[in-house]
Design a protein around this ligand. Structure first.
Ligand code: T4K
Length: 440
């Protein structure tokens, strides 16, 4: 526990963690099991192009998700693109802006127009009323994102899709092992796309899949991931190379073995954060709804700057200097990023909730590599940050970051609070430290 503001790394103190804790550290693959599978791949001589590991991976995922078809591909972005192409979409597709940029880019890259609708303040997923206001003659689909593993409002979105004759698709990149009521994420809408990137609860290092109960969509996806080729040489459709390799499938199969235990571990981590942080005025742990089940892969905290005394970006900066690499996902939001920023075609409605969340939520480390003691220490650190908030704000915002916060020689204008992005703040802080060290 840091007793004084001078104990903080931003003031020259010793960082709480010398080995940084990050959001997204890959969950470990049990070594023996993984190596055995690698040996099997090497012995088979079948490294890619529809080998037995990928087939087994697809079979096991289908069983997990209770879905008819699983088409494994090389990453989540490819899964999104192949799913979209297989559904013959055109014109505009409605998505949230609060998502990883890949959701929007996957559409834009293949000539479709992402249109951003607002989200629900509790679940951070598409808000059906806002979606309805975005629907035009050009709309061909709704692409919801089960953000942080929170399922979208599938019933309401299905109704909208049905009424307007739209496809309903989901970016399920965060959703492996989660459910919508009793139905696993993966079995919803016309089709869903998963990412099995190394940062996900279940991963194949890089990888993804389109999952669907629709035979036609599945068949098109299978063709498209392999250049549109059937048999040895027959070309049936447009396609690309989006195949998953046998080594990725070996990693995925190994990772699958760990999922039940990881979900329990993440649930425990989330409960510990909730226990330790609930008394800190200005911080709220965003808990998943009890109606659904979650994989707990993201610990999302909402910051109330007025009550806490520091903004989200200031807290993230201080945490990072202490070795806790909190994230500000998905700031600045797709609609504020190129090539979408400033083009009104992408933002027909007000994104009020999205804008509010983009500047106030942060993610803290969790996953298989983060333990109980580390969560306690992160929570104590946040308690100390809250206690020393006024001093820490003065340090961060001072033109010379190494100035003692009680040194008022620069006058009160050093306390003026301007909004800064987390990265600007980190860069500014580090630059000040380098400059003042050089000057000494
Ligand atoms: N849709 C959604 C909603 C998504 O979240 C994503 C991906 C996609 C679509 C697209 O799926 P993919 O095409 O990526 O399969 C990461 C991931 O690269 C990305 O997959 C993920 N979402 C996104 C939320 O997070 P970054 O740029 O934030 O990751 P990065 O490199 O900063 O890594 C996170 C932390 O983990 C770092 O502190 C370093 C640590 N790390 C990471 C890796 C990969 C390690 O310690 N070891 C590692 O091997 O994007």
């Amino acid at each position: 526990m840091k007793q004084s503001f001078t104990d903080f790394a931003v003031c020259g103190g010793v960082p709480e963690f010398t080995a940084p804790l990050v959001v997204g550290r890959p969950n470990e693959l049990p070594r023996e099991s993984f190596l055995a599978k690698i040996e099997a791949v090497l012995d088979s001589g079948h490294l890619t192009n529809g080998g037995p590991m990928v087939a087994e991976f697809e079979r096991q995922i289908a069983e997990w998700l209770d879905v008819k078809h699983v088409v494994a591909v090389c990453n989540g972005t490819a899964a999104l693109q192949i799913m979209i192409m297989a559904c013959n979409l055109s014109g505009e597709v409605i998505i949230p802006s609060m998502t990883f940029i890949a959701t929007a880019h996957a559409l834009q890259w293949i000539g479709l127009t992402p249109v951003f609708a607002d989200i629900d303040p509790e679940t951070h997923t598409l808000q059906p009323d806002s979606v309805e206001r975005c629907i035009t003659q050009r709309t061909s689909a709704i692409l919801g994102v089960h953000l942080w593993g929170n399922p979208c409002d599938v019933d309401e979105l299905s109704l909208l899709a049905h009424q307007h004759d739209l496809k309903l698709l989901f970016d399920a990149s965060h959703g492996f092992g989660c459910s919508y009521g009793m139905r696993p994420i993966g079995s919803l809408g016309d089709a869903e796309a998963f990412s099995f990137h190394a940062t996900k609860v279940m991963h194949s290092v890089e990888g993804g899949a389109v999952v669907t109960n629709n035979d036609t969509i599945a068949e098109r996806c299978r063709l498209m991931r392999n250049f549109g080729i059937t048999g040895l040489t027959q070309i049936e459709s447009l396609g690309i190379n989006a195949k998953m390799s046998e080594l990725s499938a070996a990693a995925g199969l190994t990772s699958l073995e760990t999922v039940p235990q990881l979900i329990r571990h993440n649930a425990n981590n989330l409960a510990l954060y909730q226990l330790h942080l609930q008394h800190i005025n200005g911080l709220t742990v965003c808990l998943p709804s009890e109606k659904h089940s979650s994989n707990g892969n993201y610990v999302v905290i909402r910051v109330d700057e007025n009550r806490f005394g520091l903004s989200r970006d200031e807290i993230v900066l201080i945490l990072r200097t202490e070795g806790v690499f909190a994230r500000a996902y998905f700031s600045p939001g797709c609609h504020n990023a190129p090539p979408y920023a400033g083009n009104p075609i992408h933002t027909p409605v007000k994104l009020q909730t999205t804008e509010g969340l983009l500047t106030t939520i942060m993610q803290l480390p969790t996953g298989g590599t983060v333990n109980e003691l580390e969560i306690k220490r992160i929570s104590e650190l946040l308690t100390s940050i809250k206690q020393q908030a006024p001093h820490l704000r003065q340090i961060i915002q001072a033109p010379n970051a190494n100035r003692h916060p009680l040194d008022n020689s620069a006058g009160s204008k050093t306390l003026v609070h301007e909004p800064h992005s987390t990265d600007q703040l980190v860069t500014r802080h580090l630059a000040h430290r380098v400059l003042s060290t050089t000057a000494q």
